[in-house]
Design a protein around this ligand. Structure first.
Ligand code: GAL
Length: 417
């Protein structure tokens, strides 16, 4: 105490230029380690450090966050969770139900978050009516990224339906390119699968399958067709795809080895980080058959209960920084997503982001704004895991029929409910 009193004036003067509050530390768990992702998260670190607080980076590599979630669980079990963790969708409720998350309503009320966020976003951030997490963005998942040069060389148009995907992919293959860049990891398989389901079955079918888990829909002929089409894509993916990271797949489109990738718009972060321009070096189109639809994936940080009051201040500063317009703009320019915060200026964003913003608003009006199953927004982690297993096993097993897969899917979902 004496020590603190003695040194208080010195400490204060040394931070006075940057901050008026006592400095604390936040440990932040995330899985943003690719080129575009790392650039994005650095924005948050800088803005926090400018306020005098310190950032303890807790990055766990692995797209989609499966490894990060495993590490988080073991830290929480040992009673030592980080201040903030990248937790999304229904997982936020699961963590809140364990009583581990802190109530952010103090910060939220002061800045009027309820008025700054669309309902579809704020709902996900709350548990029992109180904010426990803060959104950084809205990602659109149903995108097709294409290299126009490769299409030109193959003499075909970029496909807008699954029906015309196949002849285009044949021509691309004949011209000596890989039609579809993909990484054989469960979450990437699920990302591709949900795009096929949405494009072929429509939003109502999608919601019945992945949100309300209607058994007739899960076992339907339409679902058999979805699995069949999904399996047909295998032929257009190169032999070395097993275990490949998503950003390596994106780089294959960037450097013209492959023609297309179906991936959320974090892929745009890679194109941007490589200095590539939309409409020139690469094209962004809705995944085949999904032009009026928007599969949403909201990245957010859930905040854990802390004991140290300085660290609580740093944690609150982190929460309000995330909701600030400066962060929401710069972060999303790098990340490929669009701001979660309403009323942001559009002028610095590119044509893909504008298309995403328009599709977000348009799809909300028509009932075509659907939560991503592959990214944890549509269902519990248990059901998501069950779907992942069926989808991945089917994709990798040439002896399993689409009919068998559909039966397995229905059984697995039922067992996890
Ligand atoms: C998603 C996450 C994105 C992106 C992607 C690949 O689940 O929401 O922000 O990071 O994984 O890592």
């Amino acid at each position: 105490m004496k020590f603190k009193k003695l040194f208080a004036p010195i400490l204060l003067s040394s931070v006075a230029a940057t901050a008026s509050v006592q400095a604390g530390e936040v440990e932040v768990l995330h899985w943003w380690t690719s080129g575009g992702e790392a650039k994005s998260v650095a924005v948050l670190k800088d803005l926090l450090e400018k306020q005098g607080h310190s950032w303890k980076d807790f990055a766990v590599a692995g797209g989609g966050g499966e490894s990060a979630m495993t590490v988080l669980k073991s830290r929480a079990v040992s009673g030592n969770p980080p201040a903030a963790a990248q937790i999304k969708g229904l997982d936020i409720q699961e963590w809140a139900n364990l009583g581990l998350l802190t109530n952010l309503d103090g910060v939220a009320k002061k800045a009027n978050w309820d008025n700054l966020l669309p309902g579809v976003v704020s709902n996900v951030m709350k548990s029992g009516g109180k904010y426990v997490a803060v959104p950084v963005n809205v990602h659109r998942v149903n995108w097709l990224w294409a290299n126009p040069e490769v299409f030109k060389k193959a003499g075909v148009e970029i496909p807008t339906t699954w029906d015309n995907f196949f002849p285009a992919a044949d021509a691309i293959q004949k011209a000596g390119f890989i039609p579809l860049a993909h990484g054989g990891q469960a979450w990437q398989d699920a990302t591709l699968f949900e795009a096929v389901a949405l494009g072929m079955g429509g939003s109502d079918f999608y919601n019945k399958a992945f949100v309300t888990h209607d058994m007739n829909t899960l076992k339907s002929d339409q679902m058999v067709k979805v699995f069949e089409t999904f399996k047909r894509l295998k032929k257009y993916i190169d032999k070395d795809s097993a275990g490949r990271d998503w950003n390596i797949a994106t780089s294959m489109v960037i450097n013209g080895k492959a023609a297309m990738q179906v991936m959320g718009d974090w892929a745009k972060g890679e194109f941007t980080a490589a200095g590539k321009k939309p409409g020139v070096d690469f094209m962004c189109l809705a995944a085949p058959g999904t032009s009026g639809q928007f599969t949403f994936n909201i990245d957010s940080f859930a905040m854990f209960k802390l004991n140290n009051s300085d660290n609580v201040k740093a944690q609150n500063a982190l929460a309000s920084t995330i909701m600030g317009p400066e962060f929401q703009e710069v972060f999303n320019l790098n990340k490929g997503s669009i701001p979660a915060r309403l009323g942001m200026a559009r002028d610095k964003f590119d044509s893909c982001a504008h298309a995403s913003m328009d599709a977000f608003n348009g799809s909300a009006a028509t009932g075509d704004l659907v939560p991503s199953m592959a990214h944890g927004l549509s269902t519990t982690s248990y059901i998501q895991g069950a779907i992942y297993d069926v989808v991945t096993n089917f994709f990798n097993d040439d002896n399993l029929s689409a009919k068998d897969a559909v039966n397995k899917l229905a059984q697995a979902v039922k067992a996890a409910m």
